[in-house]
Design a protein around this ligand. Structure first.
Ligand code: GZL
Length: 310
């Protein structure tokens, strides 16, 4: 019999262990792996009973995982929604079952009453930061003439893809109307394979590309393989700005192949577990718990590498 924490012998360890149901997007990138590790280790540290599922980037798998958590009557449900739409029905089922839902990493376009909070980054700001650091990269490279940008977008319909494109374009429209142009833009689905394949096509159709803005390091790393295969120098012939800051991204930057990285912190586990406890205890939490993150130019890569935590 599970101790229902109904105030039995208080010496017997008090309340019931919290059970958290977590639906993860998949394992598409280094960022995602670091995020998964952070969630699992923080749940262990907190002494929670974690039920974890990997949706292989398919929304239907996330929906069925959440439905199974409802059936198992978990205490709290958390998930990183692969795309922003299509969640209202399942979130209403969780609400009907009186199970609170916490979003991690990515948000949804749903009725805000259907989830308690979002623990994650401001992707629109990451897009603005990418444009601002590209200005520094261009200056440092002594770039002259038109800036012809290829954009490798994240998963179509995902919050980071939508918002990183939006933030970047905001700065472009405000400050670089006449000298920057996004000449080609397509999703690489946040994967290395996707980045390599799409960049190879970009180089065929737009050989005059001189900047790559990739919505994550993994697509940037794939693109580097395509750029080298085309006989061009990544970080020189094509200046590269990416988002995330995973170890392989920093290594490429230290090798001069990526010019700047906008950090997106995947280590959300501890913040998530704190929120789960508060939600479980019926305490109020902020609607958006943002993560700390910074930006790195190429000349900072070597010094930063030993201290990188993911
Ligand atoms: C961002 C996260 C994105 C990463 C990618 O918070 O959702 O998904 O930038 C990952 O690397 O695939």
């Amino acid at each position: 019999k599970e101790d229902e924490g109904s105030g039995g012998d208080s010496g017997s360890g008090g309340s019931k262990k919290i059970t958290l149901g977590f639906s993860q997007v998949g394992s598409e990138s280094g960022w995602r792996s670091a995020n998964t590790d952070s969630v699992k280790s923080a749940a262990k540290e907190a002494g929670y009973n974690l039920k974890f599922s990997d949706a292989q980037q398919k929304q239907e798998n996330q929906i069925s995982a959440i439905r199974s958590y409802i059936a198992q009557k978990v205490d709290v449900i958390a998930f990183s929604p692969v795309v922003v739409t299509g969640w209202d029905a399942i979130l209403k089922e969780a609400q009907a079952a009186k199970i609170p839902v916490v979003l991690t990493d990515r948000s949804v376009e749903s009725d805000e009453s259907l989830f308690v909070t979002l623990v994650g980054s401001d992707f629109t700001d990451e897009g603005r930061r990418a444009a601002k650091i590209l200005e520094k990269v261009l200056e440092k490279a002594g770039h002259k003439g038109k800036v012809k940008i290829a954009q490798l977008e994240g998963t179509t319909g995902a919050a980071p893809a939508i918002e990183r494109a939006k933030g970047f374009k905001e700065i472009m429209d405000a400050e670089h109307k006449d000298d920057w142009e996004i000449v080609v833009s397509q999703t690489g689905d946040f994967t290395r394979a996707g980045g390599k394949q799409v960049m190879a096509a970009f180089l065929q159709s737009n050989p005059d590309i001189n900047v790559l803005y990739a919505h994550n390091d993994d697509m940037g790393l794939g693109a580097i393989q395509a750029i080298e295969a085309a006989g061009k120098k990544p970080g020189k012939d094509i200046l590269i700005v990416t988002v995330d800051g995973v170890k392989d991204g920093f290594i490429a930057m230290s090798e001069g192949k990526i010019n700047a990285i906008v950090e997106c912190n995947p280590l959300l586990g501890p913040q998530l577990m704190e929120v789960v406890q508060k939600v479980h205890d019926g305490e109020k939490v902020e609607r958006w718990i943002k993560t700390e993150e910074s930006d790195f130019m190429q000349d900072q890569a070597k010094d930063a590498l030993p201290t990188r935590k993911y």
